[in-house]
Design a protein around this ligand. Sequence first.
Ligand SMILES: Nc1ncnc2c1ncn2[C@@H]1O[C@H](COP(=O)(O)OP(=O)(O)OP(=O)(O)O)[C@@H](O)[C@H]1O
Length: 249
Amino acid sequence: MLEVKGLCKYFGGIRAVDDCTFTAEEGQITALIGPNGAGKTTAFNCVSRTMMPTRGEVWLDGRRIDRLRPHKITGMGLSRTFQISRNLADMTVLENVIAQAQVRGWRDLFRPAMSAAEIDKAMGILDFLGITRIAHEDGSNLSYGQKKLMDLAALLMSDPKIILLDEPAGGVNLSLLEEIIGHIRKLNEAGLTVLIVEHNMDLIMRLSHKVVVMAQGAIIAEGTPEEVRADPAVLDAYLGSTLDEEEAA
Ligand SMILES: Nc1ncnc2c1ncn2[C@@H]1O[C@H](COP(=O)(O)OP(=O)(O)OP(=O)(O)O)[C@@H](O)[C@H]1O
C-alpha cells in the first residue's frame, strides 16, 4: 500500500502541494484528479522522488521512501510514466523499452547492450500490449499513442507492484483510449496497484476504485467515482477554474 502523509512542495511562494494526505490501496486503481494547476503532477513527482518534497512522508508497504533515490524506489516495485514520452532518439521500440528500464545507476552505463533474457521479457510485454509489430520500428517514427504504449512497456520491465500513470489518455484518439483502458484494467486484474493522474473523466469513472480530488494544492474530496461526482466542492473547483480561465482570456 502507498501512503502519502502531509506532503508539501513549495516553489518559492507557490504552494503547489500543500499538506496532502491520501492512500492508494493495494490491488486497487486510485485516481488523482483536479483542475489544471491543482498540483497533481507535482504530487506524483514527489511520490516517485523525481522531485524532493518540501515536507511530508511517503510510505510504500510500511517503508518510508521519500528520502530514497528514484532507482531504489523502482527497485522496491514503484514505477512511473511521464506526461511527455521519454523516447530515446535513434533506437527501436525494443531497444527503447530495454534501455529505459536498464539505467538505474551509473554502473549500468557499463553493462552489455541487451541480454537474451531482456529481449525475451521485452517481447513478452510488447505482445501483452499488442504491439509486437512495432518492436523494430524507430522510436521516433511512432504515433503519439504508440509512444504511450512503448512507455507503458518500459515501465513493466521493472516488474512493478505499483504503477503511477501520468495522463495515460492525454491526447490519444478514442480507439486507443479504449485499448489503454483495457490494458490498465488487465494489469490491475493481474494484481498491479495503480495510481493515475488523468483529465479524461470517462477513463476515471470507468476504471477507478477511489478518486482523490485536488484543487490549489490541497485535497478537497475523496471517495468512489459516484461520490466525488456528486460532491458540490468538486463541481465548484472545476467550475471555478473554468471561470478563472474565461476571465483570464
Ligand atoms: N518547477 C516549477 N516551478 C515553479 N512552479 C511550478 C513548478 N512546477 C509546477 N509549478 C506550479 O505548481 C502548481 C501545480 O502545478 P502541477 O503541474 O503540479 O499541476 P497539475 O494539477 O498537474 O496541472 P495540469 O493538470 O495542468 O498538468 C502550478 O501553479 C504550477 O504553475
